[in-house]
Design a protein around this ligand. Sequence first.
Ligand code: SF4
Ligand code: FES
Length: 233
Amino acid sequence: MKDQIKKSQDPENDSMKITVTKNGPYIATGGVPIVVAEICNDNEGYCRTWKIVDRYPVREECALCRCGHSENRPFCDGTHAKTRFNGTETAGNEPYLSHPEIIRGPELELTDYHELCVHARFCMRAGGIWNLTEQSGIPEARDTAIEEACNCPSGRLVIRDRRSEELVEPVLEKSIVVIEYPAKGEHGPLWVRGEIPVVSADGKPYTVRNRVTLCRCGKSHNKPFCDGSHVQH
Ligand code: SF4
Ligand code: FES
């Protein structure tokens, strides 16, 4: 778990960027690796690990579908123009991020940004991360809470070590991970990892975070970010 207590840093790759285009795809520049990963369940059916199943050849620039209708996903094939995709960005930069729920346990503090959940469901095992945080005086509960927070792709769940006051963030390869969840037949969002900047179609930068998830089904009400709308209830 020790390596998870460091912050992600990769100064050599800071030319990478993702730009949202108006009613069109995301343009990833700077040679961002594009990887496909599946959510794997444990024997009890809880989401437990990530398995990388594919890597695309690295290109200086590529266009990634955000309307959900490309025949060449995860890449854009121009279908958004024919379907008149409305990709209006509705995520303000900050307001909801400034009102997270804070849960304090003896060892850990959990910051929970509800609106960012993409329903990847890593946080539900062993009684759930909220209970585990409250029981974080127990080493096993503490370790499981950290593992669950670090597996959360969207960055909804962020853990702080109350002794050191440091955030406990996973070290993530700068990359875009195309999330697939075969057990549920779900095609999840694009998981942007390692503090790659995301810029809106009108040139405004969103807050840079170690983990963010971008909508790729076209249905999110918090575009460009995923709000879990791809999950059929
Ligand atoms: S995105 Fe994070 S908070 Fe939402 S279900 Fe997945 S692990 Fe839990
Ligand atoms: S954004 Fe171009 S096909 Fe989906």
